[in-house]
Design a protein around this ligand. Structure first.
Ligand code: FE2
Length: 427
């Protein structure tokens, strides 16, 4: 007998209402019609039920620092880096933990139960990493964290960069990062990618590189990452994040590169919120979107996921750690408004992210761990359109967050009428 059955749920890419059973914290086969039902039944009332959301790219160490010590007046990447350079001097383990603990709660309320966070390791004391390692353990029952050793100021271009990366991995980072387009020279950039993949190979870790996050069409480190991945047999263990320069490559080069990205089995993460505001800053009209080629990568069979990147930090002052905001933005910015494309946006914040993070027992099939989100909306399109509240968030079979949807009431010709923003069919 299951512990809990969720009835009248609509699963992704389906029109039908089904029941989902949970037993011992895992998805189970629902009881047959007419069989005894468990005492604990939740009526989803036609709401969309998905696996827990996955955040594949965020910088938790910088969250909630907007305005500290000053606001970014231009909104540019470079002013953001300068402000972070000032703020980072005040970083303490307690300061980082306090801010991160707040945002982790926001993520759980939004249905996010799996997070990959980049953590700046260009610091001889590795303060942010020490804080995040403690957070990863302290909140392990609430949310699963993967930590990337991220060299914000470069590996080859920062004093003792290689040694700091190695120390971060030895201390417990799960993933090796990089930022080749920010290194002092093209040669350093290549070297940093080769170093990162080799380090991950040596320690049996994953790789996630901030790669070609620039509008410079000559920034071509993704090809190096693909080649190193193939050479060291790391297919499926390597992610490239941002890759905004791909927007500006000539089509012949981009086409050849995408074939090699697919061959290397790279996962790709696009971050439409930050990159919508940070790219194209050196352009006069027309201003480029500065966004990677999501549709072409998906069409080539590449796993593409969607990240939030920043939450109220010097680079991006907005956000509430909700992947639906990133999905809504990509629907417009990446022109993914086709019927199937909108469904794909939900894949990009669930199953695709899970593949990049290498999650096991993830999904809706019997035997998977019961990590679920129930939206206050009947379809993928309505979930994104309304940025629908997450009515329930379930982790290992237990409800860990609830949201009561707000009710709007208009006074219309002297009568109060509720409005739920759903089209009403003629009766
Ligand atoms: Fe990033």
């Amino acid at each position: 007998m299951p512990d809990l059955v969720i009835t009248n749920a609509r699963l992704p890419r389906s029109e039908h209402l089904v029941s989902v059973a949970i037993e011992g914290g895992k998805i189970a086969t629902p009881p047959a019609a007419g069989a005894a039902q468990p005492a604990n039944v939740i009526d989803a009332r036609g709401g969309l039920l998905t696996p827990a959301l996955v955040e594949p790219h965020i910088h938790l160490d910088a969250v909630l620092t907007v305005g500290q010590p000053r606001h970014n007046l231009s909104g540019s990447l470079f002013e953001g880096i300068a402000i972070w350079g000032e703020r980072v001097k005040d970083l303490t383990v307690d300061d980082v933990k306090r801010r991160v603990a707040q945002v982790l709660r926001w993520q759980v309320a939004n249905g996010v139960l799996f997070v990959r966070s980049h953590v700046d390791v260009c610091d001889p004391k590795l303060t942010a990493l020490r804080a995040l390692l403690e957070v990863r353990e302290e909140f392990a029952d609430q949310i699963t964290l993967q930590l990337v050793a991220f060299p914000q100021q470069g590996i080859q271009s920062f004093p003792d960069g290689e040694a700091l990366m190695r120390r971060a991995v030895e201390m417990g980072a799960d993933v090796v990062g990089g930022i080749p387009h920010f290194e002092l020279t093209r040669e350093y950039g290549e070297q940093s990618v080769k170093f990162a993949v080799a380090l991950a190979h040596e320690f049996n870790k994953l790789v996630d590189i901030h790669c070609d996050e620039t509008d410079d069409e000559h920034s071509r480190f993704l090809e190096v990452l693909a080649a190193e991945t193939i050479r060291l047999n790391m297919q499926g263990r390597v992610t490239a994040s941002h890759t905004t320069a791909m927007h500006s490559y000539n089509n012949a080069y981009a086409g050849r590169l995408i074939v090699n990205v697919a061959r290397a089995g790279l996962h790709m993460v696009t971050n439409p919120l930050d990159n919508a505001v940070l790219q194209g800053r050196f352009d006069h009209y027309p201003i480029r979107r500065g966004h990677t080629r999501v549709k072409e990568l998906l069409a080539a069979g590449v796993n593409v996921c969607l990240g939030h990147d920043s939450v109220m930090d010097p680079w991006y002052p907005l956000g509430k750690a909700d992947p639906l905001q990133a999905a809504f933005t990509l629907a417009h910015y990446g022109q993914m408004s086709g019927f199937e494309e909108i469904r794909t946006l939900i894949d990009m914040i669930t199953v695709n992210g899970a593949r990049a993070l290498g999650l096991r027992d993830y999904g809706l099939e019997p035997g998977c761990r019961a990590d679920l989100v129930l939206f206050d909306a009947p379809s993928e399109s309505d979930a994104i359109r309304l940025m629908a509240p997450r009515r329930l968030v379930i982790r290992a079979g237990k409800v860990v967050a609830r949201t009561e949807p707000a009710t709007s009431v208009v006074t219309w010709k002297g009568r109060e009428e509720p409005v739920d923003f759903m089209p009403k069919r003629p009766s």
